[in-house]
Design a protein. Structure first.
Lengths: 286, 291
């Protein structure tokens, strides 16, 4: 069986144009995103990295259509996004597998919810179970799966809906280092198979560089795009190759410098005590 | 050919052995033994206390005034064959069942509707919160006035006992659903009805089961008190008055052993109902067992 079963409609791209988002109103409004623009190019894996708590998850809420931007516009293939849809599926930070459904029922949720849970969907579900290596866990509940298995089950649950764009919000956060690296290779393998449009959010530099075709480095709160870096490391990628690659280390240094600057800004901008601490620390070091 | 068969037989034997051992371990496990020995020790102390006057020459406080367990068992033995005793069981169970089922049937949809509909929540919640602290027993006089039969007023008070607990648990459970479950379902194209049926309802089930279990306990407390106050309902006259009335009429008739029999009967009946509910709840929420 080939992966063309899953071939999603390609050439989908999302353009984010000058969006801002504030929560609350009046003098208590807190601006989370400010004049942020970027493009999620079609058939590429775009990774967004930024300091934690910088508003990346808010961007996902907007792209997924769960919330609307305060100003600016997000379009998908030229059409403005007005609400959630199965063309843009989100994998959340924590597992959102339904605890009361078995792995199989979880995967079948989307098709069944749309009244498409027939033989074709069932066959695709079995195919995906094998693909994510969970055929032995078909009738287990999520609580019986390990963290890595849960993430794979969730990938399958998203893939069965053949989304045009897959949005992943720090999906491997909280996994131990070994499972994380396995998931990187596994996920990038899946991506390399069909090269659909993927948007991946992370705070982990190694993860970002290993996975990305394009890397968006974000500023601190209120967030916007600081830098776009093309990651020209050849695919298919293997953990060891990338770890040893000079180009990867070069990019890593660059990204770390950018992120460090952003982190510093938040220190001096945010808290007097933190700034004092930094000053004292640099004096002692000097 | 021989080898695999032999192996599978061995495997079978091992499995059977495991099952029997599991059963034996369950029956004679430390916690079961602890429970049984605690009851036996309690019975001995009680027996000694109740007979303290003839055994030690002076009466122990409290326990010295209570009928001895042996006397209670003798009295119980006499009642086992008495249909009116079982009629009391039957009447109490019937009232608990009626009140509890009414609370489930009305309380679960009400709690769910309050959770999903903001307008209805805004309208209903304040009145609900004013009514909730009123103890069910405070309703007894009013319900005797506005229900045509005593039977209905007892059932109504019993219903109130379980109702508030069930509603508040369902409401709390349905309102604390992980937002990501709803967003995930929404983005996969689920309709509002499908989200209610396959996300909100199962996600609330554990809270429903907890609410029902707590409500069941309160139901037994309430039914007994209501039976005492109302004089045993329409059938009256001792027989058919329920376990609460059984205790009361035993007290009035001066049969202290029977008071204890009635009390223990309620304890057993309550335990049976809770266990039944726990088993049903377990069947409804199989995924919780795997944790």
């Amino acid at each position: 069986m080939s992966s063309d079963k899953l071939n999603s409609q390609s050439n989908s791209e999302i353009v984010v144009k000058n969006i801002s988002k504030s929560f609350g109103a009046g003098p208590f409004a807190k601006e989370v995103i400010k004049d942020c623009s970027f493009t999620i190019e079609s058939n590429k894996l775009t990774v967004m990295i930024g300091p934690s708590g910088c508003g990346k998850s808010s961007i996902i809420q907007l792209i997924a259509g769960f919330e609307m931007p305060t100003s600016g516009e997000i379009t998908m293939n030229g059409e403005p996004i007005v609400g959630p849809g199965k063309d843009r599926l989100v994998l959340f930070q924590e597992s959102a597998l339904f605890p009361w459904m078995t792995t199989y029922d979880n995967i079948m949720y989307g098709p069944r919810a749309r009244g498409e849970g027939g033989a074709e969907a069932a066959e695709l579900a079995e195919f995906l179970l094998v693909k994510v290596g969970l055929e032995a866990f078909r009738d287990k509940y999520p609580a019986q799966l390990s963290g890595g298995m849960q993430r794979r089950a969730e990938l399958a649950r998203a893939m069965i809906n053949k989304p045009e764009i897959m949005i992943l919000d720090e999906p491997f956060r909280g996994l131990d280092h070994m499972s994380k690296e396995l998931m990187w290779e596994y996920y990038s393998g899946l991506y390399e198979e069909d090269r659909s449009t993927n948007f991946f959010i992370t705070t982990d530099i190694d993860e970002a560089i290993f996975l990305a075709d394009r890397l968006l480095v974000m500023t601190n709160l209120p967030t916007s795009t600081r830098e776009v870096i093309e990651i020209d490391i050849p695919r298919p990628r293997k953990i060891d190759d990338v770890a040893d690659s000079d180009r990867a280390n070069e990019i890593k240094t660059e990204v770390m410098t950018l992120l460090h600057e952003e982190a510093m800004k938040s220190f001096s901008g945010g808290s007097k005590a933190a700034a004092d601490f930094l000053e004292a620390y640099s004096k002692r070091a000097g | 050919m021989k080898k695999p068969r032999k192996r599978s037989m061995l495997a079978n034997e091992r499995d059977n052995g495991m099952n029997i051992r599991k059963f034996r371990d369950g029956l004679f496990s430390k916690s079961t033994l602890r429970g049984i020995s605690a009851i036996i020790i309690f019975g001995i102390i009680w027996e000694l206390g109740a007979r303290s006057e003839e055994l030690f020459g002076y009466r122990w406080p409290f326990l010295g005034l209570v009928p001895a367990p042996s006397a209670v068992f003798v009295s119980w033995g006499g009642l086992i064959g008495d249909p009116s005793y079982w009629q009391s069981w039957y009447m109490s169970f019937l009232r608990v069942f009626a009140g509890f089922m009414a609370a489930v049937v009305i309380g679960i949809p009400l709690g769910l509707f309050m959770a999903v509909n903001k307008t209805f929540y805004g309208m209903a919640f304040p009145s609900f919160e004013v009514l909730r602290p009123i103890p069910p027993l405070a309703w007894v006089p009013a319900s005797i006035i506005f229900w045509p039969t005593q039977e209905l007023s007892i059932a109504f008070v019993t219903f109130l006992g379980a109702f508030y607990t069930i509603v508040i648990n369902v409401l709390g459970g349905a309102r604390s659903i992980n937002k990501q479950f709803l967003q995930a379902a929404q983005s996969m194209g689920a309709s509002q009805w499908d989200i209610f049926k396959r996300i909100i309802l199962p996600a609330t089930l554990p809270s429903i089961v907890v609410g029902a279990a707590v409500g069941m306990g309160i139901t037994w407390e309430v039914v007994v008190a209501a039976e005492m106050i109302s004089g045993g309902g329409s059938s009256g006259g001792g027989a058919g008055g329920g376990l609460g009335f059984f205790i009361w009429s035993s007290y009035v008739g001066g049969s202290y052993e029977q008071i204890i029999v009635g009390m223990i009967s309620i304890g057993i009946a309550g335990y049976m109902s809770s266990e039944l509910l726990r088993q049903t709840g377990g069947l409804l929420t199989p995924w919780l067992k795997t944790r």
